[in-house]
Ligand binder design. Structure first.
Ligand code: ZN
Length: 254
């Protein structure tokens, strides 16, 4: 069996993460893979790091994870994101900071699957949100399937294999936007960029936590959406003194 739960962008939202863990218990997955941004924005970063360390077999570092442990990277964040980074760095203990610091940027699940937080092409951190960016991302892939997060929007880009000296053009790429429970078939003759969406701060106008199940035997990538207690996280966000917008946006999935 080669069945994996794929999570990304938990962002310190413990209630969403716990709801996802409970939901995936019925999915018969053998491993849990985390694509980074465990912390940042949400009020429970330490608990989320603990759960990721406990349950995930592969974890890659997100840009927020990096910013929390690296003051220079933090300077590249503005506004509420920077406030949340600074707050998070202030509340995490040395063990949590070490756990985040030790994460690598890229991991390989198999000969067929690579894992990264953002765009695999060389250069600064970037969002793979459309076919133009997917065509750039394909150039950085060293496996036919790339699992990534960062945009907080569940999506699958399907591309032809392409030739090394003939990059795939944006018009050759199909963007699938899966609904909850919908599976995208992974054709062995094609390449894929698969984004499971965000556990802790979805931005596709659906406030439910998002994750995916990758089944390499059935060759499917299935998006799952899970309801959780948003009001409780909003209250926690307010109580620790994080900016109000970080609580408000959870209710609208933005
Ligand atoms: Zn994120």
């Amino acid at each position: 069996m080669a069945r994996y739960a794929i999570i990304s962008d938990i962002h310190g939202n413990l209630q969403a993460f716990q709801a996802v863990l409970k939901h995936m218990a019925g999915q018969e997955v053998e491993e849990l893979i985390c694509l980074g941004d465990i912390v940042g924005y949400g009020p429970a970063p330490g608990c989320c790091v603990d759960l990721v360390c406990k349950y995930c077999s592969i974890v890659v570092k997100g840009n927020h994870d990096e910013a929390v442990v690296d003051p220079y990277t933090a300077t590249q964040f503005n506004g509420v994101a920077r406030k949340a980074i600074d707050w998070t760095a202030g509340v995490l203990g040395p063990l949590h900071m070490t756990a985040l610091n030790q994460l690598g940027a890229i991991a390989h699940l198999s000969d067929e699957v690579m894992c990264i937080h953002d765009c695999p092409a060389p250069g600064p951190s970037d969002y793979v949100h459309d076919q133009a960016m997917a065509s750039i991302a394909l150039r950085g892939m060293d496996r036919p399937i790339c699992l990534l997060g960062h945009t907080h929007v569940p999506i699958v880009f399907e591309a032809p294999t392409g030739e090394p000296d003939e990059p795939v053009q944006p018009h050759q790429i199909i963007a699938h936007i899966p609904r909850a429970g919908e599976s995208i078939h992974l054709d062995p003759q094609k390449r894929y960029i698969c984004n499971p969406g965000s556990v802790g701060q979805p931005r596709d106008a659906d406030p439910r936590a998002s994750y995916a199940v990758l089944d390499l035997d059935a060759r499917s990538f299935t998006i799952e959406r899970v309801k959780y207690d948003i009001a409780a996280v909003q209250l926690d966000t307010q109580e620790v003194g994080l900016p109000a917008i970080l609580a408000e946006r959870l209710a609208i999935g933005a």
